[in-house]
Structures are given as structure tokens and as C-alpha cells.
Design a protein around this ligand. Structure first.
Ligand code: SDX
Length: 428
């Protein structure tokens, strides 16, 4: 519904009247869909100022450090809800009643096993394959198990795909870890909570009983919640674009896994810890800060900066508290945390970082917590992908449920050759 309009003039001639549309919060949008017929495209590489869709799932205000899922503030969800409750909220729009929560939890619990044939996909990977490579491949392979009778235009079938993915991602993620360390796969256990089950599949071995630490399980669950969804980030936009063609949802989620892997996105938590280990001690912090400021040096402080948050990332605030809780409850003194705190101090005080608004983001503290829990660095982005699966599939479901949904097909500013005469090879 247009509330007002923008007139676009070139050299004093109005070429288009563009409706201005209001959402329930955040920036109004200028509807440029008719601009093509006026002979123009908009140009926005990296989509710095482009709204790709209409969504009611997550709201971010980067200047105020606000993040809300279906209107519920992230710090309330992180401290008062568990991850499966957040999954229910992202998928269904409102906080569940106790009965709805119990039914949802039971549904997820009863989808955690994978087809036994899926195990064979792992044995094609080299022993040192990166767990994200395995996740990308095996999640894509899930599309071969759920395809022929899947109608993505049926809401209940879309929801069943969502339940299967939320349930199976921890099982597959844990299998990738077990394969990478040469230990046998561990089946899920229906007696455990979602986070406890993941830790059980990660760390238990047939030779002895594994007891899940409540502190670790609580921290794991909070990490899942803080990574669950984040509006139209690169990997979510990848899932939406892949899904817009009507592709199999499991294949679309595999595309999201691939996009998240990049160090500029979900790969930053692994890259952040690698950076902290490279810095190694407090006396080298200044050296690396100088590198980050040097335009000639491609080095960036991983875990800092954000396309949207030009103030603080509210997830990092909660993650920082959790980081200190976990380390003190587990009695861990990690020198990398001292390096991290020194970097954080620089980011909050150094004019370069203040001017460029480079604050610690969600990936900065998560790596330190995951390391304290005993999870290897190369599994960090796998855990991010597991957590974000609910966000990806909620956006996929929302898109397919919207009337008039179209395939995504951006245009371009063409800068290549034009109308060249082709000389056959025999004459060249
Ligand atoms: C996630 O989109 C999402 O919502 C993502 C996410 C989610 O939940 O889905 O929040 C998860 O991906 C968090 C971000 C994790 N990535 C990192 O921590 C990698 C390090 N950060 C960056 O590479 C960067 O900050 C980005 C990619 C996060 C944002 O990049 P932008 O918005 O494209 O900004 P930019 O690259 O244009 O940088 C602006 C300026 C540049 O300097 P100038 O050219 O203006 O002189 O800030 C500088 C950059 O050089 N800069 C940094 C920096 N990040 C940006 N300088 C040093 N260290 C950094 N980390």
C-alpha cells in the first residue's frame, strides 16, 4: 500500500513516479519495480540499500543495536527461552503455549535420525575434509531422500521439511565431526534436550558413558539462539534466491551452508579464533591493529564490523556475558580471552574503529566459548550453520507462502564489448 511517492527526474524531466511503501518498523522503501519500463535499472552491488523482499520474521535496527524475532527482543529470547522455542517462534510467528511447545519438541525429537544410507556419503570424503565441505555435501544429498513426493506449495509439507532440517542438522553436523576425528558416529538419544543431544553426538564414545555438563548445554543452546536468524544476510538471501526457482528445500539449505562458509560471513568465527591464535599474546595486539588499519594490508580483524550494525551487535553483548559465565563456571583461564578483551578495548577506543563503527560482532565471542566447550575451530561455522537452518527455512517458507512469489532475477550494468564482428578461426 503506497503512502506517498517519489518522483524521479532526469535533466528536469520526470521519468517515473515511484510509490513509497511503509513497513511496520524501519526504513520506508521506494518501489522501483516500474523503473525498467522507463528504461533504467537501479545499481546497488552488495545490496547496501536494497530491500529484496517483504518479511515479518526478523527486524534489525543497526543504529540502535536492535534485533527482534517476530517482535521479541533477542536478549529476552536468549535469557528466557530455549532454542526450540525460538525455532517455533520463527516458524509460526508467536510464542508457543506449553502444549504447542511440547508437541513441537516431540516432533523435532522424532526426526533426529537420518536414513542409514546417508552414512555412506561421508565415506567419500578425505579424512582431512573440512566439516563445512561435508555439511554442504551431505545436506545437499538429503534432497535425494525427500524429493519425489514433496510439494513445496503445500504449507504442511513445507513445515515438515522445516522440522526434518532442524532435527537432522545436529545429527549430520556431529557426524561430520566424528568422521573428521575417526570416531564412530553416535546416534541421537530421545531422552536428551536439543543441545544435550548435540553434545552427546559430538563427544560420547561407545567405550564410556558421557555426562553432559548443564553449563555447557546451556551455553550451547544460547549460541544456537543467538545465531538463529538475522534478516536478509548473505546466506539467507542465497536460500531465498535458490528457493525462488522452486528448487528442493534441502538443496536450498545446502546453498545457504555454502554461502555462510565465507570468512566475511559465518566463517568469521573460525577466522576470528585463528586470528587470536596468530596474535598469540597481548604484546602483539598493537602490531595486528596497525595491520587492520593499513589500507595496503588486506588483513582485517575478524569478528569486527558489520554491514548493518553501525553501533553494537546486541548478540555480541549477550555472547560476551555468556563467554565470561562459561569460562568462570568451567574454571578456564584462556589467554586468548585476554587477547580478545585487549582487541575489544581497542575497537571501543581507537578513533579508526570508532569512525568506521567497527564493533565486535556475534562471531567475536562465540569462538572463545566454543573453544572453551572443547569444540575444534573447524567446527565453529558448522555450529553457526546448524543454528541458522531455522532462519533459512523460515524465510524459504515465508517466501513460498507469499502470493505472486516470483523467481529472483537481478539485472546488471553491462560494461563489456558490443556488436563485434566474429572472424572464423580459419581466418584469424
Ligand atoms: C556475520 O549480514 C549479517 O547479518 C551477517 C551476520 C548474520 O548473523 O548473518 O551478522 C553474521 O557475517 C557477521 C560478520 C562476520 N564477518 C567478520 O567479522 C569479518 C570481518 N568484517 C568484515 O569483513 C566487514 O566488516 C563485514 C563484511 C562484516 C562488513 O563489510 P561491509 O559492510 O561491506 O563494510 P566494508 O567492507 O565496506 O568496510 C567499511 C570500512 C572499510 O574501510 P574503508 O574502505 O571505508 O576505508 O571498514 C573497514 C573497511 O576496510 N573494515 C574493517 C573491518 N571491517 C570493515 N577494517 C578492519 N577490520 C575489519 N574487520
Amino acid at each position: 500500500m503506497a503512502d506517498s511517492k517519489a518522483s524521479l527526474s532526469i535533466d528536469g524531466n520526470v521519468i517515473a513516479d515511484l510509490p513509497i511503501l511503509k513497513g511496520s518498523a524501519g526504513n520506508d522503501v521506494i518501489d522501483i519495480r516500474t523503473l525498467g519500463s522507463a528504461g533504467y535499472f537501479t545499481y546497488d552491488p552488495g545490496f547496501l540499500a536494497t530491500a529484496s523482499c517483504e518479511s515479518a520474521i526478523t527486524f534489525i535496527d543497526g543504529d540502535k543495536g536492535v534485533l527482534q524475532h517476530r517482535g521479541y527482543p533477542i536478549d529476552s529470547l536468549a535469557k528466557q527461552a530455549d532454542y526450540l522455542e525460538v525455532c517455533y517462534i520463527l516458524l509460526n510467528g508467536d510464542a508457543p503455549t506449553k502444549a504447542q511447545y511440547d508437541e513441537f519438541t516431540n516432533t523435532i525429537t522424532n526426526h533426529t535420525m537420518v536414513h542409514e544410507k546417508l552414512v555412506h556419503f561421508f565415506h567419500g570424503f578425505l579424512p582431512d575434509a573440512h566439516p563445512m565441505a561435508m555439511l554442504c555435501g551431505v545436506v545437499g544429498a538429503l534432497s535425494s531422500f525427500y524429493h519425489s513426493d514433496l510439494d513445496i506449495h503445500e504449507a504442511d509439507q513445507r513445515m515438515r521439511s522445516a522440522h526434518r532440517l532442524i532435527a537432522k542438522m545436529p545429527t549430520i553436523a556431529a557426524m561430520a565431526y566424528k568422521y573428521s576425528i575417526g570416531q564412530p558416529f553416535v546416534y541421537p538419544s530421545n531422552e536428551l534436550t536439543y543441545a544435550e543431544n548435540f553434545l552427546h553426538m559430538l563427544f560420547s564414545v561407545p567405550a564410556e558413558k558421557y555426562v553432559v555438563s548443564p553449563t555447557v548445554a546451556r551455553a550451547m543452546d544460547r549460541i544456537f539462539t543467538l545465531h538463529a536468524d538475522h534478516e536478509q544476510n548473505a546466506s539467507t538471501s542465497t536460500v531465498r534466491l535458490a528457493g525462488s526457482s522452486g528448487a528442493n528445500p534441502y538443496a536450498c539449505i545446502a546453498a545457504g551452508v555454502a554461502s555462510l562458509w565465507g570468512p566475511a560471513h559465518g566463517g568469521a568465527n573460525e577466522a576470528c579464533l585463528t586470528m587470536l591464535e596468530e596474535i598469540g599474546s597481548l604484546d602483539r595486539v598493537d602490531e595486528f591493529v596497525a595491520k587492520a588499519k593499513d589500507k595496503a594490508d588486506p588483513f582485517r580483524l575478524m569478528g569486527f564490523g558489520h554491514r548493518v550494525y553501525k553501533n553494537f551487535d546486541p548478540r555480541a553483548t549477550v555472547m560476551r556475558e555468556t563467554c565470561h559465565e562459561v569460562l568462570s563456571e568451567l574454571g578456564i583461564k584462556d589467554p586468548l580471552l585476554d587477547v580478545a578483551m585487549a582487541l575489544e578495548k581497542v575497537a571501543l577506543e581507537d578513533p579508526y574503529f570508532i569512525e568506521k563503527k567497527l564493533y565486535p560482532n556475534v562471531d567475536f565471542y562465540s569462538g572463545i566459548i566454543l573453544k572453551a566447550i572443547g569444540i575444534p575451530t573447524n567446527m565453529f561455522t558448522v555450529i553457526f550453520a546448524m543454528s541458522r537452518t531455522v532462519g533459512w527455512i523460515a524465510h524459504w517458507d515465508e517466501m513460498l507462502g507469499q502470493p505472486g512469489q516470483k523467481i529472483g532475477r537481478p539485472r546488471q550494468k553491462y560494461t563489456g564489448e558490443i556488436d563485434r564482428k566474429f572472424i572464423p578461426l580459419s581466418d584469424r
